[in-house]
Design a protein around this ligand. Structure first.
Ligand code: PXP
Length: 240
């Protein structure tokens, strides 16, 4: 089955609106786990605007499913990741003024440095994913670094109007094929919803999706357990 990572950053965003303790991030992670999520994903941003260092440490202690730590490949965050030891780190670009991760990481422009970073993580038993645009050069560069996974950025597909959506889907299909042929496991994420997930889930070789905003948004109306379960139902249906 295609696996689901639930990104719970938005639960922390809500908590930070009042700088208090509610909603409880750990409780949210546990509900996702109970609903059948395969992984919890959080982004420890350099500005700590939502997820804090203590959240990541606590999640590491209580989770029974995988922890996927999204992060910029900066020395300070790399050091934290080595201490926390999540099962997976996903290297993402980070721009302090962005509302969310806007584009993929430029792996091709920093292969030597990222190869070193990947080696450090893999030697420490941590798998590495590169969050990249569906671009063949970026896929090949990711393979060169020794990363385990690529997570293809589905934002352009999700935001495209009907005419462009087919072209964006085709870019994802081609990038996924190149990833698999290069020995990478291929994941996808960003902007995925109950409405646009099916065509992505049908791409051959898809291993996992990471979904945050739409699950937490629908949880406001349906409850978190139900919002996770409806995505899992779609993934199950698409795996048949
Ligand atoms: N995957 C990665 C690498 C991301 O940075 C994000 C957004 O933080 C997501 C998945 C989830 O995107 P969304 O919140 O749009 O579902």
């Amino acid at each position: 089955m295609i696996e689901l990572g639930v990104n719970i950053d938005h639960v922390a965003t809500l908590r930070e609106a009042r700088k208090g303790k509610e909603p409880d991030l750990i409780a949210a992670a546990k509900v996702c786990e109970l609903a059948g999520a395969h992984q919890i994903t959080v982004h420890l941003r350099q500005d700590r605007r939502h997820i804090h260092d203590a959240d990541v440490r606590q999640l590491r202690d209580v989770l029974q499913v995988r922890l996927n730590l999204e992060m910029a490949a900066t020395d300070d965050i790399i050091a934290i990741a080595h201490c926390v030891k999540p099962e997976v780190v996903c290297l993402v670009p980070e721009n302090r003024r962005e509302v969310t991760t806007e584009g993929g990481l430029d792996v091709a422009g920093q292969v030597d440095r990222l190869t070193e970073v990947v080696k450090g993580f893999r030697d420490d038993g941590i798998k590495v994913s590169m969050f990249i645009d569906p671009d063949l050069d970026q896929v090949e560069a990711s393979a060169e670094t020794g990363a385990n996974f690529v997570e293809l950025h589905t934002g352009a597909y999700a935001n495209a109007d009907d005419l462009d959506r087919y072209n964006e889907l085709e870019r994802l299909v081609q990038a996924a094929r190149r990833a698999v042929n290069s020995g990478l496991v291929f994941n996808a994420g960003h902007g995925l919803t109950v409405r646009n997930l099916r065509p992505v889930a049908a791409i051959p070789g898809l291993n996992e999706v990471n979904i945050g905003h739409s699950i937490i948004s629908r949880a406001v109306f349906l409850g978190l357990h139900a919002a996770v379960a409806e995505i899992l139902d779609i993934l199950r249906e698409c795996t048949k």
